[in-house]
Ligand binder design. Structure first.
Ligand SMILES: [Fe+2]
Length: 436
């Protein structure tokens, strides 16, 4: 447990030490908090849950709770608050962690106390820090100025069949046994999925560029009513961070201007753009259940796995996670991460927009607090699945659910398409398995 906490802290320190004091306290985008807010908020949540609640210790800084309560202040308003400065923040963060390690030395993981059973509260706090690390990574992407982050390139891609036929059936969606699964992933429940066809890998920049060049952003036929209204109002013409000069397309990546890599998954598109591309391509977005069936169902055993590749935690051979590469990997880069049905790169690389609204599963129980999921359920948010290159392995479970507004583009999100099978593709008509 201490190792998990240390791993997330090393990442937080890397992301905050990479920039100077000015960059720490300033707001790089109205959509984001100043990095120094995230930093102290991470420690404040750790203090609330682990020092005060689990440990039953005296508060360290009750006076700042309100400043770092995400529900009290919108991101846009956070720079104006009397926040702790960078050195005060670092001192507070260290003080909290020292107390937490002491709590950890004395705690008994009593199965009768739900908050500490399976070390849940510690797992929740490690995940919370990693989630904010991904948010801070998105802030780095929005930051202007010279590059400050670097990482090696991901593995090379390979040629893949474009689509995979999925026979459908009943599978177990969600989980009741994953020890650190959050409330919205629970409980496990049977879901019936009709046969469908899904892209083997996420849609690439090269695929998406064809939609852009075909005038996709100027043609209302491909857009939903809400999507068309948004694309006009926001004057969208291409994914965020793309630019064009003299017929050459570029993308900005953590301060580096690079030629658009055609074989990488497209990223920084909103739900409406994903939906419009899919329609243009004669397809649609997968539902959340279709995504999870493709990722977790093993047709041989009839069992639902933890991950596409099995039950083992992700290794570097399985998926592009944890900021290891600072960009999504080209299509076909992770053959060892394929699901039993032959679908690839479901975990890591880019979050994938699904067509589903964020809704509770049957039997949902808000826990350990309503503000984690309950207050977000409804038609305003779309579900994203699978995690990105910036998501840590402690989060990127096959059951993990992310959600955001359909207009958001600053997150590391792309998508893959699905479609209903043609009659000749259905079992009995011949073809099953990979479709070239
Ligand atoms: Fe938070």
């Amino acid at each position: 447990m201490a190792e998990q906490l240390e791993r997330s802290r090393a990442r937080t320190v890397q992301l905050t030490d990479a920039v100077d004091t000015d960059d720490l306290v300033k707001q790089h985008s109205k959509l984001m908090s100043p990095l120094v807010w995230d930093y102290a908020h991470i420690a404040n949540q750790e203090e609330l849950w682990l020092v005060r609640d689990v440990g039953g210790r005296e508060p360290l800084r009750q006076d700042i709770d309100e400043l770092y309560d995400a529900f009290q202040h919108a991101r846009a308003d956070r720079p104006a608050l009397p926040l702790l400065g960078p050195s005060e923040t670092r001192a507070y963060v260290t003080e909290v962690r020292d107390k937490v390690l002491d709590v950890l030395d004395h705690v008994t993981f009593d199965p009768g106390r739900e908050l500490v059973d399976n070390a849940f509260a510690f797992g929740m706090i490690a995940q919370h820090e990693q989630q904010h690390d991904e948010t801070m990574l998105a802030t780095h992407q929005l930051r202007a100025g010279a590059p400050v982050l670097d990482a090696p390139a991901p593995p090379a891609g390979r040629q893949l069949p474009a689509e995979v036929f999925i026979p459908g059936g009943v599978f177990e969606m969600g989980t009741s046994i994953e020890p650190w699964a959050l409330d919205n992933e629970r409980p496990a429940h049977p879901v019936q999925v009709a046969p469908y066809v899904i892209d083997t890998a996420p849609v690439t920049n090269g695929d998406y560029l064809r939609f852009v060049l075909a005038g996709g952003y100027d043609d209302p036929r491909w857009w939903s009513e809400a999507g068309w209204a948004h694309v006009r109002k926001a004057s969208l013409v291409a994914p965020r961070f793309w630019s064009e000069a003299d017929g050459q397309w570029w993308r900005l990546r953590f301060g580096h201007q690079e030629q658009l890599p055609l074989d990488e998954p497209v990223m920084h598109v909103c739900f409406y753009e994903a939906e419009a591309y899919a329609k243009w391509a004669g397809k649609r977005l997968p539902t959340e259940a279709e995504w999870e069936f493709a990722a977790r169902f093993d047709p041989v055993s009839g069992r639902t796995r933890r991950f596409p590749w099995g039950d083992d935690s992700p290794g570097p051979q399985h998926a592009n996670l944890g900021q290891r590469h600072l960009r999504p990997a080209p299509a076909g880069a992770y053959p060892a991460g394929a699901s039993p049905l032959g679908v690839e790169q479901l975990i890591g690389d880019v979050w994938e927009w699904t067509s589903s609204d964020f809704r509770p599963y049957p039997g949902f129980r808000a826990w350990p607090y309503d503000e984690y999921s309950l207050v977000f359920f409804g038609p305003d948010y779309k579900v994203l699945r699978g995690g990105s290159f910036g998501t840590d392995e402690v989060i990127a479970r096959g059951t993990f659910r992310n959600w955001d507004y359909p207009i958001r583009r600053q997150i590391f999100a792309g998508f893959r398409c699905a479609r209903d099978p043609r009659p000749e593709e259905l079992p009995g008509a011949g073809s099953t398995g990979g479709l070239a």
